[in-house]
Design a protein around this ligand. Structure first.
Ligand SMILES: [Zn+2]
Length: 587
């Protein structure tokens, strides 16, 4: 079994799925003999070398070499994990994938989430209908028209309008028999302090629905139509919506991001829409927040290149460099798209058109270069300001994941400052030293999805029960017990082990919080990695890699026959250690 899905169901799907139908949604296929062929969605080509065999239930590209079954196709195409892809296929085939024993707490959680999703969908429909039909929404429709959005685009993007009257949504939900408590939990309505009933969060606003990766509405952004303040408000955090982990437009942009091999990152809803409408469909926006490491992990599922397109003012530059600090450590290449002062994507496209914009994209400059120039402007040669600026730049260079790339920047910095490269390299080594401590800003930035910087610091110093543990950096191979070292190796090389450990919970295998943390990071970093690329992938995460047992010798034969049972001994050992630690505490 993989994850929580029984092997026989996987086989059932693998054999039974309509692979031609599935792939046809993404690729236009033509029948040739027993196969179907089309243009490969994974590499750019003009003559079809992508072939699908319904008989063998596989696809294969003779141009780029990619191939596999329906799961593999969905995983690559949509950036899904295996379990996510299987869930989707199961849904279409009407196969019930319910885990055999869902705990009652899990079942309740799932049920609650489904209820919240229904409310969000109801609200989205309500806002959209208002925009299309309500007399009151005329000003909103005109506003959209002025910005170039007619009825078609309003429908395409499911834009909405929230009536001015204070409780229209609350009323509507009540009439629909919806659970108002759930709507309150989503922050869409709030109980009045005085008097009866609820009032709406969004009033007199243009509404942008925010989707999760399955295309379900999870939250809304609302723009005011007159000169009032605040200009934008957003749904608060909820069980459905974590704003640091959702990118506006990503649901629709995923495929384009893969094909363009880059994502354009913009600030606002309208920036994203303007780009999409002009054909730049690989753009996404943060939802009224700064970029987070969770966003970065999300983007990394689809591409290794981000084009930063923020406003060309002070705040925009600040956001650009903040994003840089998150993108560089995970090995994402970041470049800055320059627009003229006072321009945003919307206005630029309006005045200069898509071709001029494409030229700007092509001319995007590596963010590190832009940062260097920014720091070094107005620094006189040999001045104290220059020394200070150089230090700031070195701080950023130490974030660059690839040492070769970092060294190229050192050479460039040497040229720009007139300082000797050897000296800069030495300095770089010095600023790099504290990063190995594990609690530096860098390790916080490299934190995996779902782990906030404070959580990393906490794990590095203490386990959740408050018992002090060694800092992660001090735990080199020698301090790992043989069983843990072996399990770490297994985690790196065996996809199935990763899935099982993820499914059963890291905490059941690693007693020590810091090691558990390391294991979680490995699980995360290697989530969708290609077999044979595990070590190379991990090496991109230098800091994590340095903590692993060296060398990573591994004998596949050792585990080949153990099957499902292979993890049992490890779990037992961890339980033993936990028991011993408890006894020690009590005595
Ligand atoms: Zn191909």
């Amino acid at each position: 079994m993989i994850g929580s899905i029984p092997e026989e169901k996987i086989q059932l799907m693998r054999d039974g799925v309509d692979i031609v139908g599935l792939i046809s949604r993404y690729v236009s296929l033509k029948r040739t003999g027993s196969n179907h062929v089309g243009l490969c969605p994974f590499h750019a080509e003009k003559t079809p070398s992508f072939s699908v065999s319904a008989g063998r239930q596989i696809f294969k590209c003779f141009g780029c070499g990619l191939g596999g079954d329906a799961f593999e196709f969905l995983m690559r195409m949509e950036g899904l994990s295996f379990v996510e892809a299987a869930t989707r296929i199961a849904g279409e085939m009407g196969i019930d994938l319910e885990p055999r024993q869902l705990s009652s707490a899990q079942a309740q959680q799932r049920e609650e989430k489904e209820r919240l999703q229904k409310i969000a969908a109801l609200a989205s429909e309500f806002y959209h209908t208002q925009l299309l039909q309500a007399a009151e929404a005329e000003a909103c429709r005109q506003y959209l028209n002025r910005r170039g959005y007619g009825r078609t685009s309003a429908t395409e993007y499911q834009l909405g309008y929230a009536p001015r009257q204070g409780s229209a949504l609350a009323e509507h939900l009540r009439q629909q028999g919806a659970n108002l408590e759930d709507a309150r939990r989503l922050g869409l309505i709030r109980a009045r302090d005085r008097g009866e009933g609820d009032y709406d969060l969004f009033r007199g606003r243009l509404i942008f629905p925010i989707h999760d990766l399955s295309g379900r509405v999870v939250a809304f952004g609302g723009r005011i139509l007159d000169a009032g303040q605040p200009k934008y408000i957003n749904s608060p955090q909820s069980d459905l919506y974590h704003k640091g982990a959702v990118l506006f437009g990503l649901y629709g942009a995923r495929q384009a991001i893969r094909q363009a091999e880059a994502a354009i990152l913009v600030e606002g809803y309208f920036d994203q829409l303007a780009l999409a409408r002009a054909g730049f469909t690989h753009a996404v926006a943060t939802c009224g927040t700064a970029l987070t490491s969770e966003h970065v992990q999300l983007i990394k599922r689809y591409t290794r290149r981000v084009l930063l397109l923020f406003d060309s003012d002070q705040a925009g530059r600040k956001a650009t460099f903040k994003s840089m600090e998150l993108l560089l450590p995970v090995g994402i290449e970041a470049a800055v798209v320059g627009l003229d002062a006072g321009e945003d994507p919307d206005s630029f496209l309006h005045t200069q058109g898509p071709e001029a914009f494409a030229a700007r994209l092509a001319a995007a400059r590596p963010v590190v270069e832009v940062y260097m120039d920014e720091c070094l402007t107005e620094c006189a040669p040999g001045s104290a300001a220059l020394a200070q600026a150089t230090r700031r730049i070195l701080e950023v260079l130490k974030l660059v994941a690839d040492p070769l790339e970092a060294d190229l920047y050192v050479q460039e910095l040497a040229q720009k400052t007139g300082l000797k490269p050897e000296m800069l390299r030495q300095q770089l080594g010095q600023v790099q030293a504290p990063a190995a401590g594990g609690s530096s800003a860098r390790s916080a930035q490299a934190a995996p999805r779902g782990v906030s910087a404070p959580a990393v610091a906490r794990v590095n110093n203490q386990d959740p029960q408050g018992a002090p543990v060694l800092p992660v950096a001090k735990r080199q191979a020698s301090s790992l017990t043989p069983a843990e070292a072996k399990l770490i190796r297994l985690l790196i090389f065996e996809e199935e082990v990763r899935q099982q450990v993820a499914h059963q919970g890291v905490e059941n295998f690693f007693v020590d919080a810091a090691l558990g943390q390391m294991a979680s990071e490995i699980l995360y970093q290697l989530q969708d990695v290609v077999a044979g690329q595990e070590v190379a992938t991990l090496q991109r995460f230098t800091e994590l890699y340095a903590r692993l047992p060296q060398p990573l010798d591994y004998d596949p034969a050792e585990y080949a026959d153990a099957g499902e049972q292979m993890l049992e001994p490890y779990r037992k050992k961890a339980a033993d250690r936990r028991r011993r630690a408890m006894l020690k505490k009590q005595s």
